[in-house]
Design a protein around this ligand. Structure first.
Ligand code: T5A
Length: 202
């Protein structure tokens, strides 16, 4: 239980990542593990400033500018939050990481997949485990509408976009079976939490 582990949670909008990351963190803390919970975009003071720019509906970014901002945010987050936590022996649970860039800016928005893969390699930190929370597009839409908050830039892109996002995450899981576990997140919170904990402490 004390090997430093870097675990990322991935999936489309409303998949339950932020809910489940809190549950997993608590379960690990009860087992005596130091846990750092973080998220992207953001996760450090500088990266949080970039998050505000990325999610704002006031700006329509040129695709390359958007891609560079995501990786600038990630480089800052990894340097200031993730690596220091891993170095002192904590586990890091990260809500989204570079698979989200491959899916959103790559598969879903048509960016250059090879370029995104190269930038990901430059970050030089591969997760020990990636949990892909898979939900149907219908579940995504139901959860977003029942939450009732105003949609951010990505949440406003609609049904066809959500379907491309889902397919993109499933493709990444299929291509990276050594680090990815797909969790059926259409089920109840407790069923999903149980599978996540089992995968994390396996
Ligand atoms: N992005 C991000 C990129 O385009 N490129 C990148 O490189 C990166 C890193 C981030 C946006 O940025 C994009 C992707 C995103 O669009 P965000 O606000 O952090 O923005 O968005 P999300 O990560 O998608 O956060 P969400 O809150 O939308 O989704 P979560 O965290 O997966 O879901 P959660 O836990 O908030 O749950 C949503 C609702 O569903 C309920 C919850 O109570 C909540 O109301 N729920 C369940 N209800 C019933 N059963 C369950 N099992 C449930 N699980 C959750």
């Amino acid at each position: 239980m004390h090997k430093p582990r870097f675990i990322t949670l991935e999936g489309g909008e409303g998949a339950g990542k932020s809910t489940q990351i809190r549950v997993l963190a608590e379960a690990l803390r009860q087992r005596g593990v130091e846990v750092v919970v973080t998220r992207e975009p953001g996760g450090s003071p500088g990266a949080d400033i970039l998050r505000g720019l990325l999610l704002s509906r006031d700006v329509s970014w040129a695709p390359q500018a958007e891609l560079f901002l995501h990786f600038a945010s990630r480089a800052e987050h990894v340097a200031k939050t993730v690596r220091p936590a891993l170095a002192r022996g904590a586990w890091v649970l990260c809500d989204r990481y570079y698979d989200s860039t491959m899916v959103y800016q790559g598969y879903a928005l048509g960016g250059d997949l090879a370029q995104i893969a190269e930038f990901s390699r430059m970050i030089d930190l591969v997760p020990d485990l990636t949990l892909v929370l898979d939900v149907s597009v219908k579940t995504t839409e139901m959860r977003l509408s029942s939450r009732g908050a105003a949609a951010d830039r990505y949440e406003s892109l609609g049904t066809a976009f959500f379907a491309r996002v889902r397919d993109g995450f499933l493709k990444i899981a299929q291509d990276n079976p050594q680090r990815c576990v797909v969790i059926n997140a259409n089920r109840s919170l407790s069923e999903v939490s149980a599978d996540i904990l089992a995968a994390a402490i396996a």
